[in-house]
Ligand binder design. Sequence first.
Ligand code: PLP
Length: 449
Amino acid sequence: PQPLPEVGAAVKAADRAHVFHSWSAQELIDPLAVAGAEGSYFWDYDGKRYLDFTSGLVYTNIGYQHPKVVAAIQEQAARLTTFAPAFAIEARSEAARLIAERTPGDLDKIFFTNGGADAVEHAVRMARLHTGRAKVLSAYRSYHGGTQQAVNLTGDPRRWASDTASHGVVHFWAPFLYRSRFYAETEEQECARALEHLETTIAFEGPATIAAIVLETIPGTAGIMIPPPGYLAGVREICDRHGILFVLDEVMAGFGRTGDWFAADLFGVVPDLMTFAKGVNSGYVPLGGVAISGAVAETFARRPYPGGLTYSGHPLACAAAVATINVMAEEGVVENAKRLGASVVEPALRELAARHPSVGEVRGVGMFWALELVRDRETREPLVPYNATGEANGPMAAFAAAAKKHGVWPFVNMNRTHVVPPCNVSEAELKEGLAGLDAALGVADEYTV
Ligand code: PLP
């Protein structure tokens, strides 16, 4: 990449003057001006290149600027850039067919949205109308999106400011052995006690008042906690017993991230509704959706579904989805995530954990890994307090700065770093990124007891 510092300065100046950024105190941020990106890398206007260990916001599952997907978007733009949602359009039909072919069980109808949050909004609306019930249960340590209902379902601090309109949402604890709420010492105990806790929550809320349980199949931003064997099947059974719909949010975990097309495939569980976005087209054009089971689709077979979007199934977004899914199938991207996740990432992270006292736990699957950073391995005290800002977040900021210095852009959330590169990342790129991580963990180690 050719350095163009003056252009970068102008881009940055206009950003600082006029762009209002997500989730941020506007004057306390310093966004990097990005000049371009390709594959697993992006670069700034000074020509400094970074290996993207974040896949954007965990969505560029095929990396940046895949030529086949770029070409498909260009072709669709030349042919039919946009068309209203009430019509049958080739790109939309084909995207729905390719998605339905891959979703588990009888999730065969696809409602398209603009992204993940509105997919969650619609899944909840469908569940409420299907069951005639109002309440929705979701987990602490979760993220479901930034719109009103989706953020109310969210189990992290981003919800707090919007809790004023939190109608009918009840949070419960899902399993997480490393920081167990249940005094469990084994995955088996954790699973049994988390299911018992869910049963009790349902009993005290009133089973007949609950429309849906919404869970990320594997919670993403909240920490990549792989549910213990039997947990999701247990939730499925509880839902069936009480006539509650099971909604799995696969916005982050879906489309190859875990080394399967969907994380639900890992557990053999079929939800009633499944949300997706991000990896469906690597985020090249905004797209999300809800995959709908036969029974829920039947509810709206002769009764109108009261919901829609101007851009539902936008042709450009759908053409990008068709090309992305085809690329993933042709290039073995899902298999690559599974293979290199097991053969390169997992052993390397376990080896880093053995050498760095700041690593409390390593967990994950495919290209979906978290390192829990701690001050003290014995007590498991997090490297920074929950929801830390400013000085209190210093150790994580120092860790992130060190990774960037070594050319790796890290995913950082609270006291964790996630290793979530594109699913088509190469072995050499992984090794380069893991070496940068190794150096940055050396900085994190300085804050341990
Ligand atoms: N659900 C999950 C599991 C997510 O990870 C996200 C985004 O990170 C969302 C929903 C919201 O998606 P979007 O930002 O596209 O609205």
